[in-house]
Design a protein around this ligand. Structure first.
Ligand SMILES: Cc1cc2nc3c(=O)[nH]c(=O)nc-3n(C[C@H](O)[C@H](O)[C@H](O)COP(=O)(O)OP(=O)(O)OC[C@H]3O[C@@H](n4cnc5c(N)ncnc54)[C@H](O)[C@@H]3O)c2cc1C
Length: 294
């Protein structure tokens, strides 16, 4: 039985009386965000979050994400709920239509995301990370990277992460030590360990696109020497199909006080014979300037 009922009346009040939904809908590109469409979206979202996500919240927390053999298995029901989430288009709500998104204003998707979080915080962290990674790629990726990754990240078919924190580098990212070694063909091999990586591994999607902070050999000390790399769990072939498994593995998950169904992963990059690679030379450099992405 669901224990979450979305506060639809309050949300519509905030959208119409405080956030100025009518003014947002008058902006070019947002014409579809009319009052009746937004009401229908929030209604449907309330049904999905109350009927599908909320019932998984407590059992998911009790069972927790499980780690074995460098891979994470999600609690019962999460995989099916995520498939339904993607199928219903929730991940793509405010995504760029150029990459398959529905292009709705953030003021509308913020209300929907509030329902994800309130009904099931552990579940909500997966799309939160995917949407953040997609936004970073949208802002700072090359055209080739956008074409390669964004359609599947916007739809939610592939998830995303931020691989930033290291054992010695939390708030102080100047202390990052992960290394990105150029291979002379436009690709890099990444070596290092990341901790606390939300949804660093799971079994809800066929691929995960990690955005990884690392240093190239000649990089200056401090934050100015950090670059951001796109590291897919499975390499993506030129035709969009999935290729070899990259050397980026979850070697453990944290045992937290709460949000047990959200896997918080320790990630090892480049520990095996095939060090973690960014995509091949045929694609432009995968390094995204740090200044634009952080
Ligand atoms: C559940 C969870 C999920 C996470 N998911 C991710 C993820 O997906 N990807 C990722 O990269 N990281 C993730 N993190 C890591 C998170 O970003 C770090 O925990 C955060 O950056 C803080 O780093 P730290 O834990 O090393 O704390 P520290 O940096 O050691 O800070 C400890 C305390 O000292 C304070 N402090 C630090 N520096 C200063 C200063 N100069 N002045 C005053 N006070 C200071 C901080 O405010 C804090 O209270 C996650 C963490 C958690 C708990």
């Amino acid at each position: 039985m669901s224990n979450y009922t979305a506060p639809l009346k309050d949300m519509m009040f905030v959208l119409t009386e405080l956030a100025g939904l009518d003014k947002v809908a008058a902006l070019p590109g947002y014409e579809e965000a009319s009052l009746d469409v937004v009401e229908a979206i929030l209604d449907e979202s309330a049904r999905f979050t109350g009927g599908v996500l909320a019932p998984l919240n407590r059992p998911g927390d009790e069972e927790g994400a499980k780690w074995a053999d460098k891979a994470v298995t999600m609690p019962k029901g999460f995989k099916e709920a995520y498939a339904q989430f993607v199928e219903n288009g929730w991940n793509a709500l405010s995504g760029n239509p150029e990459h398959g998104g529905q292009g709705l204003p953030k003021v509308v998707s913020a209300a929907v995301q509030e329902m994800w979080k309130s009904s099931n915080m552990s579940f909500s962290l997966c799309p939160l990370l995917t949407l953040g990674a997609a936004e970073a790629l949208e802002l700072a990726g090359t055209d080739a990277q956008k074409a390669m990754y964004l359609p599947n990240m916007v739809s939610g078919k592939w998830t995303g992460t931020m691989n930033i924190t290291e054992p010695q580098a939390g708030s102080d990212l100047a202390a990052i030590r992960s290394r990105a070694v150029p291979q002379g063909d436009g690709t890099y091999r990444i070596f290092g360990q990341k901790i606390f990586i939300t949804y660093g591994d799971h079994d809800m999607a066929e691929n995960t696109i990690h955005l990884v902070l690392a240093r190239t050999p000649d990089a200056p000390e401090g934050v100015k020497g950090i670059s951001l790399f796109v590291v897919p769990k499975f390499m993506v072939n030129a035709d969009g199909s999935l290729g070899a498994r990259n050397d980026t593995f979850c070697v453990s998950i944290e045992h937290k006080l709460g949000i047990h169904a959200s896997p918080t992963c320790v990630m090892a990059l480049g520990d095996n014979s095939a060090p973690s690679r960014v995509p091949p030379a045929a694609w432009p450099s995968s390094a995204i300037p740090t200044s634009a992405a952080c």
